[in-house]
Design a protein around this ligand. Structure first.
Ligand code: IFG
Length: 531
């Protein structure tokens, strides 16, 4: 035990940059530090970045961040850039303990944020970072790019205390446009404040989408004015019989804004036609037999269905999705479509035809679980694939074929990215129906070459869902999400060529002190060489 404590202390000192000097001069001696021998030196700040940047070149002396450091936004660069500067200052003040004022005017020493519409090789979300003795310059085409540059800068500084941003240059841009996480607030209720904490953690690793699973058999979590009992009554249950809860529209708007400031787009999901017991329990008129079922606190799936043959059902989804669309500035509304085992296939297809029309009428793009590919996906509707290695080949082919016909795919393989899957049989929370998912397995695959017949060009991106049948606390949430969420972050952002478990696992280990410093209760998985 003493050894472990000593190793952890050593790890923290390394990450604080206290011992880093030896590492960096070791690294400067050449790559013997990373060559053979069991005592490989700690990674330098440029080497430990996660997600790995498209290109990074450490060179020359760097910039010492200290009491006099200011954060500069170009004069007249507008309110949004200034807000990015303020947010970066806030994120850096905590670990450095420095004042870091934000000033208007890019000339002068310090950390400079610049917009350059013609910046090359950075796209809409990427950036360039240059570190010299007189300062660090972050350049991007958009404020989102500047925000992502700031997240990289956070990792170039020690975990705590002032420090030097090593000299050099980074040019970076993401591989996939959609880099998402999902949290299921229906099985167990979580507050907007708890979800905001997750947004902070996601944004730090350049994840840009949060899919919230708002409704299911066990609970309805968002207030809908035209159907008030959905939240008031249908929100009053959860797995295990707890009190449940729901978000008001104001709380939802607050989360959308908070996430938006961190360049995380919210994708709300109202699951249909299955997973609807909470809605049916709230309104008997939504059932075919007029009898409202009791609220459900178990963990079975597939037993509920909206009444496809009733016109009232379509008034319901039109009003619900209309209110949701009005609350959601993002491009997407997710209509679920999974496990509709109590909806005959023909009814399912006709229902999904109409549900997709409703989403389009409210100006949004459909996302649905990949079962929609067995019906008639609307042009441009996005399919979220949650299959696994044992999914029948015909089902995989159906998804790849739909992708070829213009339905982009988000990859969420249950036996790679489902964060509610146990790490191993000893993991307390979580399920194992798709198999256990050690950290290495969550990382060791290539979304660009995953589904037979699905080219990278048809992959919108990747998403890691966290289902909460067995997750009721923040501690369990973070234990299951970290460190595997960082696999998602890297698979979504970094170039295919940089995907290598040996180097990734060392970079992941170097994130340990950052996660510790943020009080994230992550799993110290045995397959990662934690410091
Ligand atoms: N499948 C169900 C989820 C949840 C999950 C738990 C999807 C799309 C199993 N549907 O995943 O509601 O129960 O791992």
């Amino acid at each position: 035990m003493r050894v472990l404590r000593l190793r952890r202390a050593l790890g923290t000192l390394l990450a604080l940059g206290v011992l880093g000097a030896s590492a960096s001069c070791t690294a400067a001696r050449g790559d013997d530090a990373r060559g053979g021998g069991e005592h490989r030196a700690a990674l330098t700040p440029f080497e430990r970045l996660l997600p790995a940047p498209a290109s990074a070149r450490a060179a020359g002396p760097g910039y010492a961040v200290g009491p006099g450091t200011v954060i500069r936004t170009s004069r007249g660069s507008g309110e949004e850039v200034r807000r990015v500067g303020e947010l970066l200052a806030e994120q850096l003040r905590r670990p450095t303990g420095l004042p870091l004022p934000v000033v208007d005017g890019a000339l002068g020493d310090g950390i400079r944020l610049r917009i350059d519409e013609d910046a090359q090789g950075v796209g809409e979300e990427g950036y360039r970072l240059e570190s010299r003795p007189d300062g660090v310059t972050l350049t991007a085409r958009t404020p989102a790019g500047l925000f992502h540059a700031g997240q990289t800068l956070r990792q170039l500084l020690p975990v705590a205390g002032p420090g030097t941003v090593p000299g050099g240059e980074i040019t970076d841009a993401p591989r996939f446009a959609y880099r998402g996480a999902m949290v299921d607030v229906a099985r167990h209720f979580f507050t907007v404040e708890q979800v905001k904490r997750y947004v902070d953690q996601l944004a730090q690793y350049k994840v840009n989408t949060l899919h919230v699973h708002l409704t299911d058999d066990q609970g309805w979590r968002l207030a809908i004015d035209s159907w008030p009992r959905l939240a008031e009554y249908g929100g009053g249950s959860e797995v295990g019989g707890g009190p449940g809860g729901h978000w008001t529209k104001a709380e939802y708007r607050d989360l959308v804004a908070y996430a938006g400031e961190r360049y995380v787009e919210l994708v709300p999901e109202i699951d249909m036609p299955g997973h609807v017991n909470a809605a049916l329990a709230s309104y008997a008129e939504l059932t075919c037999d007029g009898k409202a079922p009791a609220r459900y606190t178990g963990v079975k799936v597939g037993f509920s269905s909206l009444c496809v043959g009733k016109e009232r059902t379509y008034e319901f989804i039109d009003q619900v999705l209309g209110e949701l669309a009005e609350l959601t500035p993002g491009r997407y509304i997710h209509i679920g479509g999974d496990e509709a085992h109590s909806t005959p296939a023909a009814d399912y297809a006709s229902f999904m035809d109409r549900a997709q029309e409703v989403v389009a009428r409210h100006g949004k793009t459909v996302v649905a679980w990949h079962q929609l590919s067995a019906a008639r996906p609307a042009p441009g509707a996005v399919l979220q694939y949650w299959g696994h290695d044992r999914t029948p080949a015909a089902e995989k082919t159906r998804v790849a074929t739909a992708a070829g016909a213009g339905n982009p795919v988000i990859l969420s393989p249950a036996d790679r990215l489902y964060l509610d899957m146990k790490y191993d049989q000893a993991t307390k929370p979580g399920l194992a129906w798709a198999g256990v998912v050690p950290v290495k397995r969550s990382y060791s695959w290539d979304p660009g070459a995953y589904l037979p017949g699905l080219p990278e060009s048809a992959v919108l991106g990747v998403e890691a869902p966290l289902w909460t049948e067995t997750i009721a606390t923040r501690a369990d949430w973070e234990f299951m999400a970290f460190p595997r969420l960082l696999s998602l972050a890297e698979l979504g952002w970094s170039p295919a060529g940089s995907l290598d478990w040996d180097t990734y696992s060392r970079r992941l280990a170097a994130q340990g002190p950052f996660l510790d410093a943020q009080d994230i209760t992550f799993h110290r998985a045995p397959d990662v060489p934690w410091q």
